[in-house]
Write a protein that binds this ligand. Structure first.
Ligand code: BEZ
Length: 326
């Protein structure tokens, strides 16, 4: 007959065997991004996962899905809205196409530098815009950014010195498409993961990208000119599924909100240096890097503002705030 003592021992053993590394009540969370592992957004998502684990005593376990493993940004947003995905670091593309005010942050020459971009994203207008994410089924917890946008062309600019007549890769966002059309180019929306093949195969004549993406994907090897125009901010919005948010405790919401705010602040602070670093690496690598001003876009900048000030009133507020940063 089994003694009480041996029964207790068996129970203790089986509990020991079951003891998981994380607490039994651990919450599994998933964050999706389209950027590759080497990109700063992906590194920051991994850092956020570490911090969440540490500060929650391993109770909040965040797994990072990079490189569009969970789909493109349209699919990521759908999953967030359905509660099938918990978090994402996203471009404003999908947001702008549902509420044009988000696209106002991509206004050409809104700021003069990555430092000013970071400051504008910390200001009251951009911060207020985060609240509007809730109408799209997600909780906006902070603005990050990528490097300032530059222009790559596979063939040298023509005599007029503009990008007119080129098939240029853009993000599928109304304001960007309109800008490139006004510049006389043929805007060709392409997601980041499809870009290398399209450029290497000559399906596009150029692209709007950043210094980081140019160097890491070696797009400069396929370019006649890397036009360092810094003409546009490229904002990143850090979001949590509103459905998921409702299920979290007050304590977990506060922790996630604080850590995401810290992570996005670190991203904003890092990008001026990241841009400078990649600019130096491209120059060292012999990339055909040249400074370029708004003249490469013809008169697109002026006519773009005339159109979009009327369509997105937030633009005037952003312009006024940006003017104070100069
Ligand atoms: C892009 O589509 O160019 C891009 C997307 C995410 C981060 C940086 C760049």
């Amino acid at each position: 007959m089994t003694s009480f003592k041996s029964l207790l021992g068996a129970v203790a053993l089986s509990l020991g065997a079951l003891a998981p590394e994380a607490p039994v009540h651990a919450q599994e969370l998933r964050i999706g991004l389209i950027t590759p592992p080497a990109h700063q957004w992906t590194k920051s998502a991994a850092h956020l996962a570490e911090r969440l684990a540490e500060e929650s005593g391993e109770r909040l376990v965040l797994t990072v899905f990079s490189s569009g493993q969970l789909g493109n940004e349209a699919q990521l947003l759908q999953q967030l809205q359905a509660g099938a995905l918990d978090m994402a670091f996203m471009t404003v593309g999908e947001f702008a196409n549902r509420d044009a005010e988000f696209g106002a942050l991509t206004a050409p020459y809104l700021v003069e530098s990555a430092e000013q971009a970071a400051q504008l994203l910390e200001g009251p207008t951009a911060t207020g815009l985060l609240d509007k994410a809730l109408d799209l089924g997600v909780v906006g917890l902070g603005w990050g950014m990528a490097g300032m946008r530059i222009v790559l062309v596979s063939k040298p600019l023509g005599e007029d010195g503009t990008v007119a007549g080129r098939k240029m890769r853009t993000v599928p966002l109304a304001q960007e498409l309109d800008f490139w059309s006004r510049a006389g180019a043929a805007p060709t929306p392409l997601p980041l993961p499809d870009l290398f093949d399209a450029y290497a195969n000559g399906q596009i004549d150029g692209m709007q990208i950043d210094l980081e993406g140019t160097f890491n994907t070696r797009f400069h090897d396929y370019s006649a000119a890397v036009l360092d125009s810094e003409h546009m901010i490229f904002p990143m919005i850090a979001v949590v599924s509103a459905r998921k948010w409702q299920t979290l405790t007050e304590e977990d919401r506060a922790l996630i909100a604080r850590l995401v705010a810290e992570e996005t602040a670190a991203i904003r602070a890092a990008y001026p240096g990241i841009d400078a670093d990649y600019r130096a690496r491209l120059a060292e690598d012999g990339a055909p890097l040249v400074k370029a001003g708004p003249e490469i876009f013809g008169n697109a900048v002026e006519t773009w503002y005339e159109e979009w000030r009327g369509r997105t009133p937030i633009l005037t507020a952003l312009e006024a705030e940006a003017a104070t940063l100069r």
